[in-house]
Design a protein around this ligand. Sequence first.
Ligand code: GLP
Length: 241
Amino acid sequence: MEIIVCKDYKSLGEKAATIFAAQVLEKPDCVLGFATGSSPLSTYAHMAKLCDDGIVDYSRVTTFNLDEYYGMDPTEEQSYRKFMDDNLFTKINIKPENTHLLSGLTQDPASECAQYEKDIAAAGGIDIQLLGIGHDGHIGFNEPADDFANDTHLVDLIPMTLEANARFFSSIDEVPKQALSMGIGTIMRARKIVMVVNGAEKAETVKQMIYGPVTPKLPASILQFHQNVTVLLDEAAAAKL
Ligand code: GLP
């Protein structure tokens, strides 16, 4: 696990975007895995800048996002589809049809999840997966559990996650109680993983992820077993290392 401490959130995003840029330059038809939440915003801002400056061409890139709220209409403000369109996809020259998110409106979650796994495999697998981390150590929406979930699946969100994500909704009661998420296996099959973490409130979780036991009680700890992980931290998130 490579750990890089950046001086602040902006430089962390620049570094992460540079890693993705190198991947696209090396393999213009690469497959990228993306994440939502506050953590990747500075990364997406710099990706957009590199595209705007003519340095990176996303026209042949395919993307798969980690997760989506179950029952969420993609046109709604809080949907992860809307988040990705607003913060990245409309700001780079990617083809909309090459961007994939799970459908929160599916009537058949099991088929939707199975098809997502097939689509990722058919695209050749994910070259780089971007991750944030939840306060409880979740990645994607893989919550602390007794076992690591392998494939894309329907998840029951735990109260800590509902509280953390309530800031995007008018009240906590509005936060969907379930989500569709890539599994731990799906994430671990990515050839490279880049995690971005900022802020003092994640420092203890980061310490446990890196130095603690590998356990499904802290799902991100599984990354200790991945052979190509870069964790980018701002100074506050790295404070307990
Ligand atoms: C959300 C997302 C995760 C994200 C995490 C942290 O619930 N499902 O993919 O990494 O929680 O979010 P944030 O970056 O806003 O702290």
